[in-house]
Design a protein around this ligand. Structure first.
Ligand code: ZN
Length: 414
């Protein structure tokens, strides 16, 4: 069923599959399932039952959306606001991210290195052209070199100070003894999937009395990369972003079933994207230290490291604002595309990616908005509680958390 649906174009193919969707949903009793899971887990310790209840809310809206999209009688599309709130757990009014200051910051950084076009987009484009695009054949070697450095850096700056010890009988004594050697890197060619730049799939596994830590880091060659954007991608997808997050969750003893895999369109994924966008804040005590150390480690200039960070920040704003403009404000496709290109200074295939997410009924409000939202929430918690305390909770060493229970647990532990 899932495969057949995917071949028809995933969610956009649902209308043609009304009968199958209805049958699938009723076979597994998916409509009532979230409520039954909530009820069955209500007596779990507070943060765990809250996590499961939040997860069920996302699941319920996903099922309802699927039924509505498949035009099954009696189902209407949940509101944009409900979908947004289910994965962010946001309570106030839902606002567009204001990027004026971010743009001014980027403009002044680019000016410092001689790029001063009237359109910010043109300055970004020229800067990227001058940095140069990596040759596809060089990327696997670059990725290996970058990751070797990032693994050492993460060991020194996070794993050792976190001081996580495993119980007697575990294959490793401390977190820093875990080899982080289970991932493969693959370049794929997905010119028709402009919504994917890179991704990290975790398979885990267990063999010869130790976890195999298997993961696959994929990069879509339809996205041209500079050396700087490749470093940023490796931080996000692998170290200390998603792969590290997966491995720590995998090797922590005594986590419940919900630790198996982070789930799309849930408040858990908002935390995960927020963590992966905060890797520099998790590794370094100050931003200045982050820029200096990254520049030294990769033999690049500090300003360029900063410029790349701000470019990433604008992209996240686009992922957040695109769905709001298209789905809630009903701005037409051309309008959203022009706005995205100009305001977030999107180059290459990025406007197409942002547009794809903006239009998607689930990826837009139940995933795309989570990058900026998660990023800002995690950054705030790091400021308030310190990077190591925040990391301890965010990486699930005190139980599996989502964007809401992460904040609750951290605040209640003082
Ligand atoms: Zn991610």
């Amino acid at each position: 069923m899932a495969q057949a649906l995917r071949e028809k174009g995933g969610v956009s193919g649902l209308e043609q599959g009304s009968k199958e969707v209805e049958k699938f949903v009723s076979r597994y009793e998916l409509v009532g399932l979230p409520e039954r899971i909530k009820w069955a887990t209500a007596s779990f310790p507070h943060h765990r039952s809250q996590f499961i209840s939040n997860f069920c809310e996302g699941l319920s809206l996903t099922v309802q959306s699927a039924l509505a999209l498949a035009q099954v009688d009696g189902y209407t599309m949940p509101s944009f606001e409900d979908r947004y709130r289910a994965i962010t757990r946001h309570e106030g009014s839902i606002q567009l991210v204001d990027v004026h200051e971010v743009r001014e910051n980027l403009r002044s950084l680019l000016q410092q290195v001689g790029y001063n076009e009237d359109r910010l987009l043109n300055s970004v484009q020229k800067w990227e052209d001058d940095k140069g695009l990596l040759d596809l054949r060089e990327i696997p070697r670059d990725v290996a070199n970058i990751l070797a450095k990032l693994i050492l850096l993460t060991k020194e700056r996070l794993m050792v100070p976190l001081n996580i010890k495993f119980p007697e009988g575990s294959p490793w004594r401390r977190l820093e003894d875990v080899p982080f050697d289970g991932f493969d890197f693959k370049i794929t060619s997905m010119p028709t999937r402009p919504e994917i730049t890179g991704s990290q799939a975790y398979f885990g596994g267990f063999r010869k009395r130790r976890p195999t830590l298997r993961g696959l880091f994929e990069y879509n060659d339809a996205y041209p990369m500079t050396f700087l954007s490749l470093i940023s991608l490796c931080l996000h997808e692998v170290m200390p972003g998603h792969y590290f997050h997966n491995v720590v969750t995998d090797v922590m003893p005594d986590l419940g079933f919900e630790a198996s895999i982070p789930t799309m369109c849930s408040p858990q994924v908002t935390l995960w994207e927020g963590v992966a966008q905060n890797t520099l804040n998790l590794l370094f005590d100050t931003r200045d230290e982050a820029y200096t150390e990254m520049a030294r480690l990769f033999n690049i200039s500090e300003v360029d490291v900063q410029i790349q960070c701000v470019i990433d920040e604008l992209l996240d704003a686009g992922k957040h604002n695109g769905p709001i403009l298209y789905q809630r404000e009903r701005m037409g496709e051309g309008g959203v595309r022009d706005h995205a290109i100009e305001m977030y200074a999107l180059t290459g295939p990025l406007p197409t990616k942002i547009m794809g997410w903006a239009k998607h009924p689930l990826i837009g409000p139940m995933y795309g908005v989570g990058y900026d939202y998660g990023n800002k929430t995690v950054a705030r918690m790091i400021r308030e509680h310190g990077r190591l305390e925040a990391a301890k909770v965010a990486f699930n060493t005190r139980g599996v958390v989502d964007i809401e229970t992460f904040q609750e647990l951290l605040s209640s532990s003082g």
